[in-house]
Design a protein around this ligand. Sequence first.
Ligand code: KPL
Length: 294
Amino acid sequence: MMSRTETPHWHLLGAGHIGTWAARHLLAAGHRVSVIRATQATAVHARFTRADGRDRTMLRLPVASPAALSAPLSHVVVACKTPFTDTALARCRLAADSTVIRLQNGIGTLDGRLPDRACLIEAVTTAAVKGRRDAHEIVADNRTWMGGSAVPPAWFESLADHWPGLQWAADIRYRQWRKLVANAVINPLTALHDVPNGALVTDARLAGQAAELATEADRLLARLDPTWPGDSLAGVQAIARATADNTSSMRADMARGAATEIEAINGWLLRQADTCGLALPAHAAIVEAVRRRG
Ligand code: KPL
């Protein structure tokens, strides 16, 4: 059991852009971070620069190979791409009362996969980090919310001092839904049409499809929670404008022939719609189209 003053030792599943960006803030707050990776390498190196070139940070994260882990893990950050969640989890043994931060796109990727007494912290970020494997450019830190319980863990307050824009959200569901709708509209459309995010507001045909997807998502979310404001399209368009030149993560995945996150994003909407007997034809069609390209 960790005392209130002790800082956690996190094990990171998924040392990509967002995983290493999170590690950078955890380290700044004095936490320890190791990467779980089946590799001979002893460390993962990451270089961060800001878009304006001002801040340059080098990060060295020790690698803990799954075979060398003797004790169950107490603190885990799951930041891998959603299709690899099960493979990543299979590499480690979680303590019965482990704390797990889920920093991934989509919803529900850890449902039924954690020990019963585990504490799941959902994280939602609007940060934008891009670049190559080990050289990350922080385009914007923006805002990050963590939540899942009324009261944050003891380590949260000092972490927030070292993580720009980090806040605790006792009810994080709306934040997750907002991000999910943005991803459910922007990601598959930009991937299938091989266009940057801004095309969703500049191309009339894509703008029409974006409106259809956002409206369907709102219909479902209002069915799940009648207090849902249901105004998703404006938010999606704002994100498309703010990230106009960016390549969405799904467009990048599809371009390099990697598995996409469609099942955790639009697939989640379809599974929820099924449970309430609602049809989402635009989402069903786009999931099919992405699967065919996979
Ligand atoms: O989160 C994103 C992604 O690409 O996964 C958006 C918001 C669409 C920005 O590109």
